[in-house]
Design a protein around this ligand. Structure first.
Ligand code: SF4
Length: 358
């Protein structure tokens, strides 16, 4: 397959591994932000193949893992009040404080698992007597299609469609990690798909302020190793540049059409991250003029502080402080069949990656 198999080429992988080994003279901690990249690193055995002094730290880039627990509870409450709740599949097994969306469905709730928010618009059109709420979770990558669903619902004049939004933004999360007094990250791998939408400009002030290399990477083994190699080269030279190693998709300006539709519907606001807490200006919230489509306003939803299952150390996992196997519950009382926390459920969660592949 073009643009895929060539980035899994074993010779290319060996070449980058050998270059990293030759270049890295000191210990370096490199954080990959995105959970998709974490899965690729673990699944392809790259963590074992990298030299011991190049340590990968897994970041908070799993949108499902950072969605507040109280929001899962509120989504369930909407189902219990007879709304049709629509969601992507990766959210449905994430534990809320009492149950998951899937368990709520088993209890009689109307949960629809969809591939696109536009399908939810269609469901709202077909069910005018019911409220239809799409659980809009994700990073910059899913925001454009969610924003577009509002544009479509407005064009159709739908009054029974809304989004329960938990949109998080990558650069503020990176800044929160970097400003933590215990931060030991030397370089970042930027998430290629986020930059495909947002472009590269938001990374320059971060690289400059924290004197840290940021290398934008794809997801295949050779993509990741190429980006790690570039990060190591910068670190060894004492540089802190933004570099784009995912040029087959990422343009400096990103995707202007996608950014325009997001900016039309949403604005930047404070966001709570599960396991991390509130980060200012780190999420997307509805603009006032689209408030009719905001489930928070429509159903007067207030998020609450809910204490997590106290055996789960997801916060430390998401901040890169601990690795999944350092959690005493990993693979014992917590496993994909019986998850105690979101990182064990999600297809991008670090605990799930280690459980399945490590
Ligand atoms: S292994 Fe389970 S309990 Fe431990 S941090 Fe991961 S999700 Fe939480």
């Amino acid at each position: 397959m073009k643009f895929l198999t060539e980035y899994r080429n074993p010779e290319l992988v060996k070449h980058y591994l050998s270059e990293i080994e030759k270049t890295a003279t000191k210990p370096w901690n490199i954080m990959e932000i995105c959970g998709g990249q974490t899965h690729s690193l673990v699944k392809n055995g790259l963590l074992e193949l990298l030299p011991k002094n190049v340590r990968m730290i897994h970041g908070p880039g799993c949108p499902v893992c950072v969605t507040p627990i109280s929001l899962v509870d509120k989504a369930i409450e909407l189902m219990e009040k007879n709304a049709i709740l629509c969601s992507f599949g990766d959210m449905v097994r994430v534990p809320g404080s009492k149950k998951s969306l899937l368990q709520a469905k088993a209890d009689g709730g109307d949960l629809r698992i969809l591939y696109s928010p536009l399908e939810a618009v269609k469901i709202a059109e077909q069910n005018p007597e019911k409220e239809v709420v799409f659980f809009a979770v994700g990073f910059e990558t899913t925001a454009p299609s969610n924003a577009l669903s509002v544009v479509h619902a407005q064009k159709l004049g739908l009054k029974n469609f809304s989004l329960l939004v938990s949109h998080v933004l990558v650069p503020p999360a990176m800044e929160a990690i970097l400003s933590d007094e215990f931060c030991n990250i030397d370089a970042f791998l930027g998430a290629g798909h986020v930059c495909t939408i947002m472009g590269t400009s938001e990374y320059f002030p971060l690289a400059e302020k924290y004197k840290i290399p940021i290398v934008i990477s794809g997801f295949e083994p050779a993509d990741l190793l190429e980006a790690i190699y570039h990060a190591v080269v910068q670190l060894e030279k004492g540089e802190h540049k933004v570099e784009n190693c995912y040029t087959r998709l990422v343009k400096d300006e990103g995707n202007p059409a996608a950014k325009n539709v997001v900016n039309e519907i949403f604005e930047v606001g404070e966001q709570e991250w599960r396991g991390i807490g509130k980060i200012p200006e780190s999420g997307l919230v509805f603009r006032e003029k689209y408030g009719d489509y905001d489930a928070f306003r429509k159903f007067n939803i207030k998020t609450e502080n809910i204490v997590e299952e106290n055996r789960c150390i997801a916060g430390d996992i998401l901040k890169g402080i601990k690795k999944p196997f350092e959690c005493p519950e990993f693979g014992k009382s917590c496993n994909p069949g019986n998850p105690l926390g979101a990182p064990m459920v999600s297809s991008e969660g670090a605990c799930a990656a280690y459980y399945h592949y490590s």
